[in-house]
Design a protein around this ligand. Structure first.
Ligand SMILES: N=CN[C@@H](CCC(=O)O)C(=O)O
Ligand SMILES: [Zn+2]
Length: 414
């Protein structure tokens, strides 16, 4: 058995619980001082004061001991919304957007998601795997021990299935838990130009059944946006996916308020994501549902848009999670430090709320809150040791990665 003891920890800061925390209760986190954590294999067994934990562990000779004097410890972060697997880059489009060309115009002109689709379709499975591996290794250094990844740059049978299979292989081979999402309806591919209904039918009849049969994805997602896929198309696809056992996520109200947030609440989606333009009535619907609002501050920042109304949503009792949305177009960033800084400084979340949103609530946004997202006995031994004694330095040291060690499944990665 692999035993790990982290002792003399100056401070542990963690939310507590097995499910998403709604509203201002997100501010309630537990703080331990002079504490210790004992893990067996991949599971945390005991958390408490160093004296308490040492007494319960007794005198075993085969324990790996880490001294965390002067350090703060927080749960491994979860990133519940990424498009980390793709081919090529879109630096030219980034510059065009800075010069004022709207994101949706680039997509309409055959660029955007379809640009990346062409590059991704042209890649071999090995090339795709190696690109994904490199990105995940860097994301782990940012403290992400659980990550969601979406397909959506194939928009055809073969590449969509390959993307999901590649993510499964990455999950098996790398020290990170990966949850997969089928985003076959990310944009309308050239084969179905001007026939988005035909493309939704193709996705439902041809690709989705294979995804379900081979158990390739936990979730189905769709880009519900003006000029991309409508509310009716989104509902049709997501309900068809639910029938086959895939839970729902929606890219909702990112650019124009079309009611994606309300749809997510109506169909019991696990999450509604983006929500920069969410309406007041959809905030109420989300607040009264189990759907988690996944906010993506890096995307708003990179797109020079107003941030999602996090403060208002929390005060109305929504459960908020934070994610990177890392992708080659709207947001080429997975900086956990910058996510937290923007959430606190620009979106007016408290540091405690932001910590809950990137740990327990982020895990809940991919249905993993019973397994990870907090430092408690019975949870996964996914733990970050910071180079500073206080979790508030995560934001105070703005945009700076202060993670010294990442522990995944009870193993010290670096
Ligand atoms: N908005 C839709 N999808 C991604 C962007 C994907 C891309 O531009 O390649 C997002 O969540 O921001
Ligand atoms: Zn996205």
């Amino acid at each position: 058995m692999n035993r790990l003891l982290i002792q003399n920890i100056s401070q542990i800061a963690t939310p507590i619980g097995n499910k998403a925390i709604h509203g201002t209760a997100m501010d309630n986190i537990k703080i331990y001082n002079d504490a210790a954590i004992y893990c067996e294999n991949d599971i945390i067994r005991k958390v408490g004061s160093t004296a308490e934990v040492l007494a319960s562990v007794g005198s075993c000779s085969d324990i790996n001991v880490i001294d965390a004097s002067g350090k703060c410890v927080v749960p491994g972060f979860t990133d519940p919304h990424t498009h980390f697997l793709f081919g090529g880059t879109r630096a030219d489009e980034f510059i065009s957007r800075l010069e004022g060309v709207p994101y949706l115009d680039l997509l309409r002109q055959g660029g955007g998601i379809v640009n990346t689709m062409q590059k991704t379709r042209a890649m071999s499975c090995d090339e795709l795997y190696n690109a994904g591996k490199k990105t995940l290794q860097n994301m782990i250094k940012q403290g992400f021990t659980t990550i969601e990844g979406k397909s959506g740059y194939g928009l055809d049978f073969t590449t969509e299935i390959n993307m999901l299979k590649t993510m499964k292989k990455l999950h098996d081979n790398l020290p990170v838990s990966l949850k997969t999402t089928f985003l076959g309806a990310h944009a309308v591919p050239p084969e179905y130009k001007n026939d988005s209904d035909g493309f939704i039918d193709f996705t439902i009849k041809k690709v989705l059944p294979e995804v379900a049969k081979e158990n390739l994805a936990d979730f189905c997602d769709i880009f519900c946006e003006q000029g991309v896929f409508s509310i009716a198309q989104s509902e049709k696809l997501l309900l068809a996916a639910q029938k086959l056992g895939l839970k729902s996520k929606i890219h909702a109200d990112e650019i124009v308020s079309t009611g994606g947030g309300g749809l997510a609440a109506k169909i019991n989606a696990t999450s509604a994501d983006h929500l920069l333009a969410v309406s007041a009535s959809d905030i109420n619907k989300l607040a009264n549902s189990k759907t988690i609002a996944v906010l993506l501050p890096l995307t708003a920042f990179c797109m020079r848009k107003d941030f999602a109304p996090a403060r208002k949503m929390i005060d109305k009792n929504c459960a908020i999670a934070l994610a990177s949305d890392f992708n080659p177009g709207s947001c080429y960033s997975y900086s956990s430090a910058l996510i937290l800084a923007l959430a606190v400084i620009n979106m007016h979340m408290t540091i405690n709320e932001a910590l809950t949103a990137i740990t327990l609530n982020a895990a809940a946004a991919i249905d993993e809150a019973a397994i990870c997202g907090s430092i408690e006995a019975g949870k996964k031994a996914d733990i970050l040791i910071l180079e500073k004694p206080d979790y508030r330095f995560l934001v105070y040291h703005t945009g700076i990665n202060i993670i010294e060690h990442v522990i995944k499944d009870g193993q010290l990665l670096f």
